[in-house]
Design a protein around this ligand. Structure first.
Ligand SMILES: Nc1ncnc2c1ncn2[C@@H]1O[C@H](COP(=O)(O)OP(=O)(O)OP(=O)(O)O)[C@@H](O)[C@H]1O
Length: 238
């Protein structure tokens, strides 16, 4: 279980304070307006942003003092950080060893993940020879090959068209179930996320002010979430 309890940071413009739990085999979608603090939350978890207090633990193990590379997490951003001069194989392999020196079993791992993600026949290509969806698959494969229990995704598929976005979300769903991952997914497409997420957390002004399953989007309680979803009080009363 990943536990955040009043995980907080004080920035001049916004105080952040997050409480959330997430179990293995679940996807939590983080939604909310621009500037609400979704990316900062992932950066705090990954060890890339300042944390001033609160609990951050995985299965009871405190994570605060771990350097980003030592945390049981891996992050995928919208610009997937692919290396354009390297092959797809190397772009995945670099998730295991920065110098690309892989043991035979690690090489096998790269091939297995590539097959699971549907890019097994593209390993010799360079990223420029791939579609946007295929590039994001490579980024996802690089994260998965590391076999970290927590996967942090910051709008990874948002530049893709809706059908492709949903296809990749379904792929993410299957991998989450199969590997028992704890996934936190920042998204600007709440309805789509609700189709694959177990849990939705609405971030507003540095806090999670409402959370629950997909029904949250059908019956939001706070005026902030109603406004975010574009649902006015008048329409509710109709
Ligand atoms: N290093 C920092 N220094 C100062 N303020 C920061 C820092 N990091 C985050 N913040 C504050 O956190 C706020 C939230 O930013 P964040 O990028 O996390 O929002 P977001 O919900 O991810 O927005 P978007 O959907 O546009 O990506 C910022 O407006 C800023 O006030």
């Amino acid at each position: 279980m990943l536990t955040l309890n009043n995980l907080s940071a004080r920035y001049p413009e916004q105080r952040q304070c997050f409480s959330l739990t997430a179990a293995p085999g679940t996807i939590t979608a983080l939604i909310g307006p621009s500037g609400a603090g979704k990316s900062t939350l992932l950066a705090m978890l990954g060890g890339f942003a300042r944390v001033d207090g609160g609990e951050l633990s995985l299965n009871g193990q405190d994570l605060h003092d771990l350097a980003p590379a030592d945390r049981p997490m891996t992050t995928l951003f919208q610009d997937n950080n692919l290396f354009w001069h390297m092959s797809v194989y190397q772009n995945i392999a670099i998730g295991l060893h920065a110098g690309l020196k892989l043991t035979p079993s690690q090489q096998q791992q790269v091939h297995e993940v590539a097959e699971q993600i549907g890019i097994g026949d593209l390993l010799k290509r360079k990223p420029a020879q791939l579609s946007g969806g295929q590039q994001q698959r490579v980024g996802l494969a690089r994260c998965l090959v590391r076999r970290r229990p927590v996967l942090l995704l910051d709008e990874p598929f948002s530049a893709l068209d809706p059908a492709l976005r949903f296809e990749l979300l379904q792929l993410l769903r299957a991998q989450t179930d199969q590997l028992g991952l704890i996934v936190l997914l920042v998204t600007h497409h709440p309805e789509e996320a609700a189709r694959v997420a177990d849990h939705i957390a609405y971030v507003h002004d540095g806090r999670i002010i409402e959370q629950g399953d997909g029904a949250l989007l059908l019956a939001p309680r706070t005026s902030e979430l109603k406004a975010y979803l574009g649902r006015s009080a008048e329409r509710e009363e109709e």
